[in-house]
Write a protein that binds this ligand. Structure first.
Ligand code: PRP
Length: 196
């Protein structure tokens, strides 16, 4: 980790697996505040339902809704596109569906990262069939280089390079979601014969 990018709170051994911090905590919060303000303006005096795509988006969602100071509801969906593998399999499974119908609602899908675009492409298709009044996307991170399908993202936090990133909700083997920053994982972590 670069000395000038050491986070304010040490996260024990998790920090040691990070090659460098790509987006620090303050930069994340500043940008999420801006996104919240844009969303708030866009949906002022309108119905709004935010759908978080579990699990990666939980941290982003939790911070984002506190910057959207107008009445809104939240709901959750869970999909899975990756196994323990680093590469996207392109296969999307619905692990948990929404609690309520979305017909006639203004829906905003909240994603942590768009990589190949396969997850969102599939999700948008099934959500559209449920006839929401509107359907938009806010994604914290976008890796445009990796795109396999065209997705129109309404609000993006940061475009990032094609590096293996973890933290702020993003995992490797379900670990590192609690890091308060986005970091690039040391390749030695995911090339270890056994991850313990
Ligand atoms: C990640 C991420 C997106 C998806 C993006 O989820 O949260 O949902 O992959 O990749 P794509 O654009 O190539 O489809 P993941 O399946 O890793 O599950 P998680 O959010 O529970 O970690």
């Amino acid at each position: 980790m670069h000395a000038d990018l050491v986070p304010s709170v040490h996260n024990g051994p998790l920090d040691d697996d990070i090659e460098r911090v790509l987006i620090d905590e303050q930069t994340l919060q500043d940008r999420i505040r801006e996104l919240g303000e844009m969303i708030e303006t866009e949906y002022a005096n309108k119905d709004l339902l935010l759908i978080s795509v579990l699990k990666g988006s939980i941290v982003f969602m939790a911070d984002l809704i506190r910057y959207i100071r107008i009445p809104h509801e939240v709901d959750f969906m869970a999909t899975s596109s990756y196994g323990a593998d680093v590469q996207s399999s392109g296969v999307v499974r619905i692990l948990k569906d929404l609690n309520k119908p979305i017909e006639g609602r203004n829906v905003l899908v909240v994603e942590d990262i768009i990589d190949s675009g396969n997850t969102l492409n599939y999700l948008l298709r099934i959500l559209r069939e449920r006839q929401p009044a509107s359907l938009r996307i806010v994604a914290l991170l976008d890796k445009p280089e990796r795109r396999e399908v065209d997705i129109e993202v309404d609000w993006t936090g940061f475009n990032i390079p094609n590096a293996f990133v973890v933290g702020y909700g993003l995992d490797y083997n379900e670990i590192y979601r609690n890091l308060p920053y986005i970091g690039i994982l040391k390749p030695s972590v995911y090339t270890r014969p056994e991850h313990s």
